[in-house]
Design a protein around this ligand. Structure first.
Ligand SMILES: *[C@@H]1O[C@H](CO)[C@@H](O)[C@H](O)[C@H]1NC(C)=O
Ligand SMILES: *[C@@H]1O[C@H](CO)[C@@H](O)[C@H](O)[C@H]1NC(C)=O
Length: 372
């Protein structure tokens, strides 16, 4: 769908610019017909954006409007979605819940998780972070009409190491945060309930997490790298940093209940510390994710590979929930007997190795359960 939009805009651009050059080369300045032509092409393009924005499932009105006004952001949001899903699956690759409930749902807008669990809190946070990240990057790369490098990072300033000039392109993370907030939070603002408040809170945690990992990069100039002159810029760190941070926040997430007047949260267990604005919050306990339960967002662990020797969450005992596992022997090609050859190559042989793959057994009553 996004591809189609791209093609439409390219088409508008090509037609319009070829019209302009054709008109000017014949020196017949049919300015009005030219304008009419360009306007028509633009209109068809805008219509295209409208059709596309109307066909993305799960957008609320406000999001549709933003999509129509800035059709080029949808590409960036799509990229952001791929990125956060990849990161989420990386963070939970050794766990029963591995973030793959979301595989079919390649939008940040769709129903994410029904249960107000710790996992839902993480998904809302990391998806918001992903959108901030992708939008900010797209701004810096000049892919979007409405934003650019950070306009405030100009001129001369100083830090602990002395004076320097802002140069290059500083990532405009504040813009990314602002737009992601308008776009993603729009959905939660259509309802006023506890879950919406939880989502808004976790969305914010995710957005601000990206900003935490902005780093200043500098280049030295001056006689033989003496660094008498420096130019610096602000850049976002790798998204993995944000993923790792939010993963720690997931571990320390706080179970809360709504407070009496419905404006904020109270920690559910009084023995625990209060939730700060940087903590992820959730309302409901997680299922154990052992069995398939679509309602709870659990796919079950039948068929998952596990590690026979590990005592952690990826160990067969934990992963398979005590149901046991099947072992299959597969052949794996590895590089071996590598030799250094003068000069300068490393030559290896392909060796065949048999490795055991362990996969969790399905629950015994699975067939019976499937039929009901
Ligand atoms: C996650 O788990 C499901 C089943 O529990 C499995 O089908 C899927 O391949 C797993 N995904 C990843 C990325 O490991
Ligand atoms: C399995 O777990 C052990 C112990 O934690 C670890 O040393 C090993 O690398 C793991 N194997 C695989 C294939 O991940």
């Amino acid at each position: 769908m996004v591809e189609l939009r791209r093609q439409l805009w390219v088409w508008v651009f090509v037609l319009c610019s070829s019209a302009v050059s054709a008109f000017s080369s014949t020196h017949v300045v049919h300015i009005w017909s030219m304008l009419l032509f360009c306007w028509t092409s633009w209109y068809i393009g805008a219509l295209g954006a409208r059709v596309i924005c109307d066909n993305i499932p799960g957008l609320v009105n406000k999001q549709r409007q933003l999509c129509q006004r800035h059709p080029d952001i949808m590409q960036a949001i799509g990229e952001g979605t791929k990125e956060w899903i990849r990161e989420c699956q990386h963070q939970f690759r050794h766990h029963r819940w591995n973030c793959s409930t979301l595989d079919r749902d390649h939008t940040v807008f769709g129903r994410v998780l029904l249960r107000s669990s710790r996992e839902a809190a993480f998904v809302y946070a990391i998806s918001s972070a992903g959108v901030v990240y992708a939008l900010t990057r797209a701004c810096s790369q000049g892919e979007l009409k409405m934003c650019n490098c950070d306009p405030d990072k100009r001129g001369r300033t100083h830090d602990t190491r002395g004076e320097f000039d802002w140069g290059g392109c500083s990532d405009n993370v504040n813009y990314g945060i602002k737009f992601a907030k308008a776009f993603i939070d729009a959905k939660e603002r259509t309802v006023r309930d506890a879950r919406a408040l939880m989502n808004l809170h976790n969305n914010r945690c995710g957005r601000t997490a990206v900003k935490r990992f902005m780093k200043q990069e500098c280049k030295c100039h001056g006689v033989s790298g003496s660094c008498t002159l420096r130019t610096c810029w602000k850049a976002m760190a790798d998204f993995r940093k944000t993923g790792d941070y939010l993963r720690r926040k997931y571990n320390g997430a706080v179970e809360v209940t709504m407070n009496q007047d419905g404006t904020g949260f109270t920690v559910a267990n009084k023995a625990f510390r209060k939730a700060t604005k940087n903590d992820l919050v959730y309302f409901e306990n997680s299922p154990d994710y052992c069995l398939q339960d679509k309602e709870a967002g659990s796919l079950g662990t039948a068929g998952r590979t596990c590690n026979k020797t590990s005592r952690g969450t990826d160990g067969c005992e934990v992963m398979c929930c005590g149901r046991g596992y099947d072992t299959t022997r597969v052949k794996q090609i590895t590089k071996c007997e590598c030799k250094f050859k003068w000069c300068c190559a490393v030559e290896c042989k392909d060796c065949e190795e048999a490795v055991d793959i362990h996969t969790c057994k399905a629950p015994k009553r699975a067939e019976w359960l499937d039929q009901t």
